[in-house]
Design a protein around this ligand. Sequence first.
Ligand SMILES: Nc1nc2c(c(=O)[nH]1)N[C@H]1C(S)=C(S)[C@@H](COP(=O)(O)O)O[C@H]1N2
Ligand SMILES: [Mo]
Length: 204
Amino acid sequence: MGIFQRRPSGPEFAPQPTRPRVPPNQSVTTSFPTLTVEQIPSVDMNNFTFRFWGEVREPTGMTWQQLMAVKHTTMTADFHCVTGFSMLGTEWGGALVRDVLEAAHVQLSTSARFVMAHCITEFTTNLPLDALLADDTMLVWEWNRLPLTNEHGGPLRLLVPSLYAWKDAKWVSGFEFLAEDRPGYWESRGYHMHGDPWKEERYG
Ligand SMILES: Nc1nc2c(c(=O)[nH]1)N[C@H]1C(S)=C(S)[C@@H](COP(=O)(O)O)O[C@H]1N2
Ligand SMILES: [Mo]
């Protein structure tokens, strides 16, 4: 067979519509900058409770030990900051948010449509419930197989690869389920309520 072998034709070889890996107007960096508006908090894991409240049957919580017992998941994901840099192919470890909700026996009210992620600090960010329950949305405590450092949100941060990285609340401490969307820290300062990098939903 020669090297000029013809490409087979047929539907399975038709070019697939793909989107570029890097969203519009982002440039790729290999460093991991930190973007933090507040003082980096110190977190005592022995007194840590991750809380669930708002549009739920009953507010509940999970200790750090209970959280560590949730099925472990690792995922390679890209990270897109609204200020224009993207970091590709980082490996995160933690648990899928939906596995956490199941383990905590959180029963969402039928009115729950959005969620506000709260932090140990004053930072907050809102997202649609669908995004929180997506296949790739995690609570993470490992970055490239090492414990997530304090400056990057350790011990625990939210990771929502489908949205701009300001939705990845660092030092995250709970989810408040909402019937109506409400702006979080950056969203009330002009950032978009949703924040899809593929649609360039940067500012509202
Ligand atoms: N608590 C908290 N979480 C936060 C932020 C913040 O200032 N405080 N900044 C957000 C923004 S704008 C980005 S781009 C990412 C940056 O994460 P990094 O500092 O680990 O790179 O965290 C997000 N989560
Ligand atoms: Mo950001």
